[in-house]
Design a protein around this ligand. Structure first.
Ligand SMILES: O=P(O)(O)OC[C@@H](O)[C@@H](O)c1c[nH]c2ccccc12
Length: 268
């Protein structure tokens, strides 16, 4: 699949999925389900705590991706979630997009049921219906991608997520997107090192944008992190929160890989 139009293709698919979802479960229904869901687990708070201790790690559960293809075919979501927790993950990120990432809401539920960690719903959230749906499936935090929706929509979705007790991770990839991201209230500011237009991954993306991020916000570096040296390098630049997927999921033992990658920047 060509990278240039991947985000637009995903968003077009999402629109169709949302329309179908709304026919199946009208807004009033997901709204009720969201309000009946078990309480949230404090995603941002957990990140804040572990970042202060050296490094907060958001460990991702992902079967496949448009850039990598199949990453792990034989995935036992519950086992990996529990193993991430035992090996010191701060939070989980679970891909729920089926078409492009092979995930599902069932994956998020299985992961969350298998541990006590707060869980990020990793998907392309562009509509209020999906925010209720996220909480209904148990999400503690949602991802909002600046490139996926206009600023006013992001602000509306953030407000709704917060009103349901969820936290928000806002994702940007360059200076212009970061400016929009900083219009949101959330402290969790993700920098995606992967350019969704070209699939090129440069860890320097995070380092270059760091000076533009005010203190008080927590920078989450996302994508392409795969070696202890890379973690040490980012840490030396002042980064204390990391979102890692492929490096864990493609390892024989994802939890053990987490320990290996982060032992140099964490106590205990
Ligand atoms: O597998 P990696 O390179 O460690 O990357 C994880 C995560 O950053 C990546 O999955 C991601 C970042 N932003 C996204 C938006 C949608 C889907 C996926 C993503």
């Amino acid at each position: 699949m060509s990278a240039s139009d991947i985000l637009q293709r995903i968003l077009a698919t999402k629109r169709t999925e949302i329309a179908a979802g709304q026919r199946e479960r009208p807004l009033a229904q997901v709204e009720r389900e969201a309000r009946e869901a078990p309480p949230t687990r404090g995603f941002e708070q957990a990140i804040r705590r572990d970042a202060a201790l050296g490094a907060a790690v958001i460990a991702e559960i992902k079967r496949a991706s448009p850039s990598a293809g199949t990453i792990r075919a034989d995935l036992d979501v519950a086992a990996v979630a529990a193993s991430y927790e035992r090996n010191g993950a701060t939070c989980l990120s679970v891909l729920t997009d089926r078409e492009y990432f092979g995930g599902s809401p069932a994956d998020l539920r299985a992961a969350r049921d298998a541990c006590r960690l707060p869980v990020l719903r990793k998907d392309f959230v562009v509509d209020p219906w999906q925010v209720y749906e996220s909480r209904a499936m148990g999400a503690d935090c949602i991802l909002l991608i600046v490139g996926a929706a206009p600023a006013h929509t992001l602000l509306e979705l953030e407000h709704l997520a917060k009103s349901l007790g969820m936290d928000v991770l806002v994702e940007s990839h360059d200076g212009a997107e970061l400016e929009v991201a900083l219009q949101l209230q959330t402290a969790l500011v993700g920098i995606n090192n992967r350019d969704l237009r070209t699939f090129t991954t440069r860890l320097e993306t995070t380092v270059e944008l760091l000076p533009a991020i005010p203190t008080g916000r927590i920078v989450v570096t996302e994508s392409g992190i795969g070696t202890p040296d890379q973690v040490l390098g980012l840490k030396a630049q002042g980064v204390s929160a990391y979102l890692v997927g492929s490096a864990f999921m493609s390892a024989p033992d994802p939890g053990a890989e987490l320990s290996k990658l982060f032992s140099g920047v964490r106590k205990g």
